[in-house]
Design a protein around this ligand. Structure first.
Ligand SMILES: [Zn+2]
Length: 265
């Protein structure tokens, strides 16, 4: 099976690609709504995704991309409604490998399982163009009819990173602005000053549950630990090639279900 589904609650299902290395595997969130369903992020695009987003009540499905990187935007093109931040609209309309941060270090090790994807080659991999149909920005609301999500602009990891904030359930879909792992702030369009501001903002929101772009969901104590560690300089990924080298021993069983996080629990 190219995707696995995990039920979080009545409203939220987590979908994950099985053939992608666990440290790279994006969380794809399916949120059920009264008027339509949402899919938040779409994986690498190695297999069609839409058919795995089961909408048992036959609702239309709209896609939100938290940012343009290849591990999140690969299947965006499958959805008729494609929402994201205008700062990354040009990249999504013309997804050049360098700009979706695919080129370079990620191609140094096999991030895709050759057993599941024998035709995959990092030389030919390319994301399909998925021009945004709706621009989301700070202050916008994505209203599913029975639940509304506030759009938060959370730059730092990338300039157009957004989060979806459910103030009622105190749940934040945080994308790669904050996940339970080492933060990536050294990409070509990352900005550390923005990242620090974004983390300060996240800290002040009053979030109970984080459903992030990678790794398991977490709560407020973990949030504080992750943010404090980042501020102290202990929770950024830094140079990706060095990271590969220093984690060589652990980069063995990377296609397992085990969630990758080097940060102590
Ligand atoms: Zn990511």
């Amino acid at each position: 099976m190219p995707y696995k589904r995990f039920t979080i609650n009545d409203r939220i299902t987590l979908v994950q690609e099985t053939g992608v290395a666990n440290f790279m595997r994006c969380n794809i969130w399916h949120v059920k709504g009264r008027d339509f369903d949402l899919v938040i992020d779409t994986g690498m695009g190695l297999d069609p995704l839409k058919q795995w987003i089961v909408s048992d009540r036959n609702k239309p499905i709209k896609a939100v991309v938290t940012h343009c990187h290849f591990d999140h935007s690969g299947c965006l093109h499958e959805f008729d409604t494609r929402m994201g931040h205008h700062a990354e609209a040009d990249i999504l309309a013309n997804p050049v490998n360098e700009q979706v941060v695919y080129d370079g270090p990620w191609t140094r090790i096999a991030i895709v399982d050759p057993k599941q994807h024998p035709d995959y080659s990092h030389h030919t991999y390319k994301i399909k163009a998925a021009p945004l149909t709706d621009h989301l920005d700070e202050g916008d609301v994505v209203d599913l009819g029975d639940r509304a999500y506030q759009v938060l602009h959370l730059p730092g990891h990338s300039p157009g990173s957004i989060g979806l904030w459910d103030i009622k359930d105190k749940t934040l879909f945080s994308g790669d602005a904050l996940y339970d792992g080492e933060l990536l702030d050294s990409l070509y369009h990352s900005n550390i000053a923005d990242y620090l501001q974004t983390l300060e903002r996240i800290e002040s929101l009053g979030v109970d549950v984080f459903h992030a772009g990678h790794f398991p969901s977490f709560g407020v104590e973990r949030m504080q630990y992750l943010i404090n560690s980042y501020r102290e300089g202990n929770n950024s990924l830094g140079d990706i090639l060095e990271w590969f080298d220093s984690n060589k021993d652990q980069l063995t069983n990377i296609f397992s279900d085990q969630n990758w996080s080097k940060i102590p629990q």
